[in-house]
Design a protein around this ligand. Structure first.
Ligand code: LLP
Length: 877
């Protein structure tokens, strides 16, 4: 009977400690119990391949001994942990390494052939220790030199380095090998990754990371049942999970998708390992040695077909672009052939290409090319015979990977909004329709991936294709959103309020205080001005007033409202930050003695006397906005706010002419931001401007915009990280007082909107639940596509049984408070609760259709509900 083979590959970190070898032994036993014959392929111990590479370099310079010691030591330590005599087992290898190092130092050079021999030692030593250990553990293990098993295909056109260091092997089914191995009277065959032999019997390498490929070759030759790649991450994810912890495990991929991911930068699998398993439809499992219990990713021909879908975002850095301007040459026959021949002569392989009538731009991938400054210089020089060539870099390629991306373009449109602020050098859509790639500046890449990931995957739930997030698997859950929001606890009171006053907003004092407390943990902030545009209910303002906060106002109406509520409020607790305001508004603000922010130089030119001798803050535009939707990003090319840094000099001149004192700088980049570095970045931007131009500046106002998680159980803004970024800034710039203008963060969670169900309708299979109020009370879903959790407060504990759109009564198709929501059986008269409506809810409502919007009710921490206040009476006029 032919054995059913399984090939298991363990990478460097998976073979470096005794604990991991114990896991390997257990996994082998499990496979034997399944009736499979395991062939185990191992890499060198972590760090050893790098050390071996260094050995030759250092040996040439006469400093090989130290590196040799750093190679021996981890092997001896592992051997000792395994209770083996590693010294004796590995002596022949150590001696050979010494001999080679000596030879290299005498010759003063290391040929690729020699390099291959040296590098091979890492795998040979690791497997020697591994085989001895497994045998000692009672697993009959046959150590096999992989150079007997894998032979290269000679590439006649390849240069010497490629032939010895990045070779490819034949992998067609190999019955004679199958027979030889089947005849072997052992439980397990243990062999090396990364190395092979050529026709002359010399050692060659399969390229860095080539152990995956060795294992795939063997799986194909043996026609294995499956290939398992055991590594330090538990599978492939929707993005690099170490960068984006909300990335989800990809449970299934087909070969093409996995290939595309590996090629576009996901480092879990080596790109070359997929072809051999794809050719024979051998399933490939990616698993984690640290967590063998996790399901991992399965790459197979049986991946479920879910139609067009982006499955992952990958990113490759270190990319150099070569831009070739071809003015006057475009219609010249053979232009592309000529310039591409130059790349060929310089041994450079081109990745992406974009052409226009006057320019051809190509990207060079560092994985495929050794491109130092000298090579680049030589390339540009050679290209100058045909065109004006220049290098752009370092860049990164960000790729969206998935099936039929072309069919998705209209759905992707909102995600592409994030490109509004990024310079894109090149866009490429793979002919295979498996990826859509963008080349951007390298320092923008991580941010871009983060944002794209949030847009494309942020709302996803786990399903057959997308598994748990990295954070769910590993990270301790941050205590951001309380397990049960306040409205669970106050359900009874809320139902009573709704009975009397719905539709109504209800605010919870306890939550306001809790948010205040949370904000106080950001100790680097010296003054907080609450942005009262978020919620200006008198009782809400009173809580902040009593807590000693200042207030940020943007209109005379807000200033008046504040003065009426708190007539004795000290002027230095008020900051006026208008935009495109009339002269009288500034006049009024100066008369009140409050802080005033200026965000347009034309005001100084048009009304010099208004500003003469005054002290002001000036709002600058840092050039890049942030926030939950493009309408709330208040910096960058498309924003009307602030002064461009390029105008700083002109501002200085005007300020001097008017004896205007610039005592503070301000920037607010947007609203609903969850990236904790944002405010320190703004502070740094402002400090640099202050240092360059404005010696009188004492205050740096880094704006508001602190985001909140928009659903229960999802992590919100990491305040500790905000604090630590700001503390670092402060330590470097102690002379400035830092100001913050939060709105949403303080009030969003504290408010809910309660509305009764009027009607229920099923139409064309879609189910609608209609409420007595809609976009006239809460416009955020319509305006920004904002997500607000919706629950049936009358049946809070009933299980969800239906998927519905929750709509209002307004004559607009966009009058939808929530699409595709899961709700329990719901009846007319039930009270639905729309959560997180405390910020930008009541303040943005309207009387559209002459429908009265929701009232506002304040629930104090202890007392019964206050007398209801009609919203319009609380808006100053
Ligand atoms: N400071 C300035 C200068 C602002 O323009 C804003 C908000 C804030 C502070 C407070 O930002 P917050 O901390 O609340 O994010 N209606 C949108 C939000 C618009 C924000 C406008 N400016 C929404 O419902 O999401």
């Amino acid at each position: 009977m032919t054995p059913r083979w399984v090939v298991l590959k363990f990478g460097g970190t998976s073979v470096s400690t005794l604990t991991r070898w114990e896991t390997i032994a257990r996994i082998i036993q499990d496979r034997l119990a399944e009736g499979l014959r395991p062939v185990v392929v191992c890499s060198a111990l972590s760090g050893i391949s790098n050390a071996l590479e260094r050995l030759l370099r250092e040996a040439i310079a006469g400093r090989g001994a130290e590196v040799l010691a750093s190679i021996r030591q981890p092997h001896l330590a592992l051997g000792q942990a395994m209770a083996l005599d590693a010294e004796a087992l590995l002596q022949p290898y150590f001696e050979e390494l010494e001999r080679i190092a000596l030879g290299a130092s005498l010759l003063g050079e290391a040929t690729p052939r020699l390099q291959a021999r040296v590098m091979a030692m890492g795998e040979l030593m690791a497997t020697t220790l591994g085989a001895a250990y497994l045998n000692r553990m009672g697993l009959r293990t046959r150590w096999w030199d992989v150079r007997e098993l894998l032979e290269t295909v000679e590439e006649t056109h390849a240069n010497e380095a490629r032939r010895y260091l990045s070779a490819t092997c034949a992998y067609g089914p190999d019955p004679s090998l199958q027979e030889r191995m089947a005849a072997e009277p052992s439980d397990v065959i243990l062999t090396q990754g990364f190395i092979a032999r050529n026709r002359r019997g010399e050692t060659v390498l399969l390229g860095r990371g080539g152990s995956d490929t060795s294992a795939a070759y063997l799986a194909a030759k043996l026609q294995a049942q499956r290939l398992e790649i055991w590594t330090d991450v538990p599978g492939m994810f929707t993005a690099n999970p170490r960068q984006i912890p909300s990335a989800r495990l990809l449970r299934h991929l087909d070969y093409d998708e996995a290939q595309e991911l590996a090629t576009t930068g996901a480092k879990v699998l080596h790109p070359r390992c997929l072809e051999p398993v794809r050719a024979y439809r051998i399933p490939l499992h990616v698993k984690s040695t640290d967590h063998p219990e996790l399901e991992g990713t399965i790459v197979s021909a049986e991946a479920p077909d879910v139609g067009p879908r982006v499955k992952a975002i990958s990113c490759k850095t270190g990319i150099t672009l070569v831009s070739m301007d071809t003015v006057g040459m475009w219609q010249q026959v053979g232009f592309l052939a000529d310039v591409f021949a130059v790349f060929k002569r310089h041994g450079l392989s081109i990745d992406l290409v974009a052409t226009s009538e006057t320019n051809v731009t190509v990207s060079l991938d560092p994985q495929a090319n050794a491109l130092g400054p000298a090579q680049l210089e030589a390339l540009l020089e050679a290209l100058s015979a045909y065109c004006q060539a220049r290098a752009i870099g370092p860049c990164a390629v960000v790729s969206l990977v998935g099936r039929h991306i072309r069919a998705l373009l209209d759905e992707l449109a909102p995600a592409f909004e994030v490109f509004g602020e990024h310079r894109i050098y090149l866009i490429s859509q793979a002919a295979s329709d498996l990826n859509f790639s963008f080349v951007v500046d390298e320092d923008q890449a991580e941010r871009l991936v983060r944002r794209l990931h949030a847009e494309l995957f942020g709302r996803l739930e786990a399903d057959a294709l997308f598994g748990p997030t990295w954070r769910e698997l590993f990270a301790p859950k941050p205590p951001v959103t309380p397990a049960q929001p306040w409205w669970h606890r106050r359900q009874k009171e809320l139902l009573e309020v709704a009975r009397q006053h719905a539709p109504c907003y209800v605010y919870d004092e306890g939550t306001l205080s809790a948010q205040l407390e949370a904000l106080r943990t950001v100790r680097a902030i010296d003054r907080v001005f609450y942005a009262l545009k978020a919620n200006d209910h008198p009782e809400v303002l009173r809580v902040f007033y009593e807590a000693g906060l200042g207030f940020e106002c943007v209109s005379p109406g807000e200033l008046k409202h504040l003065r009426q509520l708190f007539p004795t409020l000290a002027p230095e607790r008020v900051l006026f930050t208008p935009n495109f305001a009339a002269a009288e508004e500034y006049q009024e603000a100066f008369a009140q003695g409050i802080f005033v922010t200026l965000d347009n130089l034309q005001a100084l030119e048009a009304w010099p006397e208004l500003f003469r001798g005054r002290s002001v803050l000036v709002r600058f535009d840092p050039g890049r906005g942030a926030g939950h939707h493009r309408y709330v990003r208040t910096a960058g090319a498309q924003s009307k706010f602030g002064i461009a840094p390029a105008d700083a000099e002109r501002l200085c001149t005007l300020a001097n002419q008017l004896q205007l004192h610039i005592i503070g700088l301000h920037a607010h980049v947007g609203s609903g931001i969850l990236q904790p570095e944002t405010w320190a970045e703004t502070a740094l931007f402002l400090a640099e401007l202050a240092e360059a131009y404005f010696p009188e500046v004492r205050y740096l106002d880094v704006g508001g915009g602190l985001g909140v998680a928009d659903r229960t159980g999802v992590p919100g803004l990491d305040l500790e990280a905000v604090e630590s970024h700001l503390e670092r800034f402060k330590a470097a710039h102690p002379r400035y007082e830092l100001w913050l203008e939060p709105g949403r963060f303080l009030v969003a969670d504290a408010g809910v909107l309660l509305a009764r169900v009027t009607q229920i309708k099923t139409k064309n299979g879609a189910r609608y639940i209609g409420l007595e109020t809609g976009m006239n009370s809460l416009i955020r879903p319509t305006l920004y596509g904002a997500y607000h959790e919706i629950v049936n407060l009358s049946r809070l504990d009933a299980p969800a049984t239906q998927t519905v759109d929750v709509v209002g009564p307004i004559c607009e198709t966009g009058d939808v408070l929530g699409y595709s929501r899961r709700l329990p059986d719901t009846q007319p008269g039930d009270v639905l609760l729309i959560a997180q409506a405390g910020a930008y809810g009541a303040v943005m409502q309207s009387h559209y259709n002459r429908r009265q919007p929701a009232r506002e009710i304040f629930l104090s921490a202890t007392a019964a509900p206050s007398t209801p206040t009609f919203t319009q009476t609380t808006v100053a006029s």
